[in-house]
Design a protein around this ligand. Structure first.
Ligand code: B4P
Length: 192
């Protein structure tokens, strides 16, 4: 199994690039953001809870997110591997992910991190707000909050995976195709 964590700040292009990677490498795509938004759209109990955090740009609590992710992982029987998009976002989530994968006799192969400067992130999210209808993209304070939470709670994962020699950074500026090419180069280097 090839298990990839696609990592980066809000708006770095994780969702965009995951769609392309999953086709090329035939991996299962698990995006916690997409799963939460699906639940919000369908007005489930989980969706109602997640919405109260997401609209403010806060992380959904670990116990909720971890339980949901494990249930998703267990839906698949013998996949080629997973792309985890937007998960883990905290050290506790990363530890939980290691435990789930151990149960499947597997592990994370690599964390691919998209490196994008803050000004570009803000401009992409505001652009997306014009069409996405996402409340968390539409407000400058919420965007800033998401970036701050990323720096404080999510960025420590860089060390978590670096210490296991699993961290690879990819420059996230350029066209979607250019960034995809760099990600594939990084991934192919690891697979060989
Ligand atoms: P997510 O859904 O994970 O999304 P994201 O961080 O907003 O963006 P992503 O990096 O996927 O950006 P995209 O490709 O769309 O999270 C949303 C919220 O869900 C979180 O704030 C949190 O509340 C909650 N949540 C999710 N996971 C959680 C977890 N594990 N624990 C707790 N809470 C969790 O790209 C953004 C824009 O840039 C798009 O418009 C795209 O078209 C554009 N773009 C992409 N690549 C580009 C390029 N190369 N050049 C120019 N524009 C580009």
């Amino acid at each position: 199994m090839l298990n990839v964590v696609l990592f980066g700040p809000p708006g770095a292009g994780k969702g965009t690039q995951s769609e392309k990677l999953l086709n090329k490498y035939e991996l299962v795509h698990l995006s916690t953001g997409d799963i939460f938004r699906f639940n919000i759209k369908n007005n489930t109990e989980l969706g109602q809870l997640a919405k109260t955090y997401m609209d403010d740009g806060k992380l959904v609590p670990d116990e909720v997110t971890i339980k949901m992710l494990e249930a998703e992982v267990n839906k698949y029987n013998n996949p080629n591997g997973f792309i985890f998009d937007g998960f883990p976002r905290t050290i506790d989530q990363a530890k939980a992910l290691d435990t789930f994968l151990e149960k499947l006799n597997s592990e994370i192969g690599v964390m691919l991190a998209l490196d994008v400067p803050e000004e570009e992130l803000k401009s992409r999210l505001k652009q997306r707000a014009l069409t996405s209808g996402r409340p968390d993209d539409a407000n400058d304070d919420v965007i800033q909050n998401r970036i701050n939470i990323y720096k404080n709670e999510t960025l420590p994962l860089k060390d978590y995976y670096s210490n296991q020699n699993k961290y690879t950074e990819v420059y996230g500026i350029g066209t979607v195709e250019e960034v995809f090419f760099r990600l594939c180069e990084a991934l192919d280097g690891i697979k060989v």
